[in-house]
Ligand binder design. Structure first.
Ligand code: SF4
Length: 287
C-alpha cells in the first residue's frame, strides 16, 4: 500500500491520458486508522468491481451486466458528511466496517483518501471518474456487456445533483444506488431523476414509516434481516431475495428487498436489523 509522496495533481480527458495519481493528506481524526492519520495517501483509481463481494456476485449471476462501484468513507469518517440521513445504528453496522475492512486498516485509509479527493480535489476526481467510466464504456462495446455503476457503495451522496451531466454522458450505463434520503426517493418515484439512475430506499432503525410510504408509492425498500429464510412479507409487502445479486434495477417494483445481516450487524439490538418474524414486528409497529 502506497505511502510515498511524489505525485502531481492533474487533469484527465475522456478517452485520453488518465489523470496522474493524486496524493492527498489524510485528516488527523479518530475515525482514520491511527497509522494513517496525517499521512499521505496516493489515490490511483476510484472504481472497483471484482474486488467487492457483492459486485462479484452480481457479475457471476448470468445477466448481461457487469458492475463497478465507488467506495467512499461514509457519514463523517473523512471529516466530510456523505450520509446525511444515516442513523447511529447504520453507521455502526455499515458495510464500510465489514469484511476485510475489519482486519485491514488500509481499506479505510483508501476510502477516506478518495473522499478527500472528492471534496478537496474535485477537478481531479471528476476527470478520473470520467476516464474510468470511459474505459468501461469502451470495454462494454468491445465485449458486448451492459455496464452497471453503483457510486454509493458506502456513502449516500446525491450524485444526480452533484454530477448530473454524468448520467447523460454515459447514457448507456445503468446507474443504481441504495439511499436513506426520503426526498431523494420521492424525486425518483416522480420520475425526476435521470432515467438511467435507479434508487432503492434503505430501511434503518429510524425510518420504518418512511419505508412504508415508499412502498405504497410503488418503489422498493431494502431491509436487513438477521437470518434466512426471510419472511414472506414485511410492512405488508412481499419480500424478495436481494442476496442473489446486487442488481436492484432488475427487481420488480413495490417490493421489500431482503438482505442478510453481515458481520457485526448480526448482533444488532437497535432495530436496524429485523428478525425473521419481521411481519409480526411490522404489524405491531403499524398499529
Ligand atoms: S447511510 Fe448507508 S453508507 Fe451511510 S453509514 Fe448508513 S449504511 Fe453506511
Amino acid at each position: 500500500m502506497e505511502r510515498t509522496e511524489v505525485i502531481e495533481q492533474g487533469k484527465g480527458s475522456v478517452g485520453g491520458k488518465p489523470p496522474p495519481p493524486l496524493a492527498v493528506t489524510l485528516p488527523e481524526l479518530p475515525s482514520v486508522p491511527s497509522a494513517w492519520r496525517g499521512a499521505k495517501y496516493v489515490v490511483r483509481t476510484l472504481l472497483g468491481g471484482e474486488d467487492n463481494p457483492k459486485l462479484r456476485k452480481s457479475n457471476r449471476a448470468g445477466t448481461p451486466f457487469k458492475t463497478w462501484g465507488l467506495a467512499l468513507a461514509p457519514a463523517m469518517e473523512s471529516g466530510f458528511q456523505t450520509c446525511a440521513s444515516s442513523s447511529a445504528a447504520c453507521r455502526s453496522h455499515c458495510l464500510y466496517r465489514q469484511g476485510h475492512a475489519r482486519i485491514d486498516p488500509s481499506i479505510a485509509a483508501c476510502r477516506v483518501a478518495k473522499t478527500i479527493a472528492w471534496k478537496k480535489h474535485r477537478e481531479w476526481f471528476e476527470a478520473r471518474l470520467r476516464y474510468e467510466l470511459a474505459r468501461i464504456e469502451k470495454r462494454a462495446r468491445e465485449k458486448r456487456f451492459c455496464a452497471a455503476i453503483r457510486l454509493n457503495l458506502t456513502s449516500d451522496i446525491m450524485w444526480e445533483a452533484e454530477l448530473p451531466e454524468l448520467f447523460e454522458q454515459f447514457a448507456d450505463f445503468q446507474f443504481y444506488d441504495y439511499t436513506k434520503h426520503t426526498r431523494r426517493l420521492t424525486r425518483f418515484v416522480k420520475g425526476e431523476l435521470p432515467a438511467n439512475y435507479h434508487l432503492t430506499f434503505s430501511r434503518s432503525d429510524k425510518n420504518d414509516l418512511q419505508a412504508r410510504d415508499v412502498l405504497m408509492a410503488g418503489a422498493n425498500v431494502a431491509v436487513v434481516f438477521r437470518s434466512r429464510p426471510f419472511p414472506a412479507r414485511y410492512l405488508g409487502f412481499a419480500v424478495i431475495d436481494g442476496d442473489t445479486t446486487d442488481l436492484r434495477f432488475l427487481d420488480p417494483a413495490g417490493v421489500v428487498v431482503g438482505l442478510s445481516a453481515r458481520g457485526t450487524a448480526k448482533g444488532d439490538e437497535s432495530g436496524f436489523v429485523v428478525d425473521a418474524d419481521g411481519e409480526k414486528w411490522s404489524l405491531r409497529m403499524a398499529q
